[in-house]
Design a protein around this ligand. Structure first.
Ligand code: CTP
Ligand code: CA
Length: 224
């Protein structure tokens, strides 16, 4: 006996997943970025696909192969990621924002390669748009899931983000912990839900973390 519902619990659901870092250009050959490798987001995309979802992966620059059977949209800057994500939001059922989006970008982008000068250089930065906060303001039927990468006061900051960005769930990880954070194949996360429910998961592969996150999203969707 084969139960389609059990094998493909996300069948018919449109999921947008963002992954990787963003790059914020300073000149044609230089940019500001962060240590995200995209592993968590790519693992989520593959797991959601395996559960039958229709997955769009909006990815910053990473060195991972695009997962089979997933629509992958390559972006570079926070502004690109904002556009590609917000434009698809109305049709989505679930959005998971695992990307490490730059909070700042150089205020001025030089068309020509900057030449070095004697003495030090000061670069002025301006804020990028907060994509997740914007989605939280536009949210209707969608389930919205964020990540919080912290080095301290993990729970306090994660709960603040859950509230401020109008999320249904936030996945927090302490990126200073061994076996968690950027570049590792494993992660140690705690899931906080809007309902106040808290789930602390032990160290496990990013594939297993993904299945746990998606299982909790399915429970939210069913209201159980
Ligand atoms: N995020 C986003 N757009 C931004 C910054 C962050 O969509 N410009 C999303 C991230 O993808 C993540 C969540 O917001 O899902 C939290 O990101 P994080 O960097 O932990 O929090 P910030 O709100 O940026 O606050 P801070 O960096 O000061 O901790
Ligand atoms: Ca940030």
């Amino acid at each position: 006996y084969f139960s389609a519902e059990a094998e493909q619990p996300l069948k018919g659901k449109k999921i947008i997943i963002t992954a990787g870092p963003t790059r914020e250009k300073a000149d044609p050959v230089r940019f500001f970025s962060n240590s995200s490798t995209g592993k968590m987001g790519y693992a989520l995309a593959a797991a959601a696909r395996n559960m039958g979802a229709d997955v769009t992966l909006v990815s910053g620059p990473v060195s991972l192969a695009p997962p089979q059977g997933v629509e992958t949209v390559q972006v570079e800057s926070a502004e690109d990621m904002y556009r590609e994500t917000v434009n698809r939001f109305a049709e989505a059922d679930i959005v998971i924002k695992s990307a490490a989006v730059a909070d700042y970008r150089p205020r001025l982008v030089s068309d020509e390669k900057m030449k070095k000068q004697d003495g030090d250089l000061v670069i002025e930065f301006e804020r990028t748009k907060d994509i997740l906060k914007e989605l939280g303001e536009r949210k209707e039927h969608q389930i919205l899931v964020g990540f919080a990468a912290e080095t301290h006061h993990v729970e306090e900051y994660a709960l603040k983000k859950l509230e401020k960005k109008n999320l249904d769930m936030i996945v927090a990880n302490n990126v200073n912990q061994d076996g968690a954070g950027f570049g590792t194949d494993t992660n140690i996360v705690t899931i906080y839900k809007r309902s106040g429910e808290k789930m602390e998961l032990p160290v496990m592969s990013k594939e297993e973390v993904s299945k746990n996150i998606l299982r909790e999203i399915i429970r939210l969707d069913k209201g159980v």
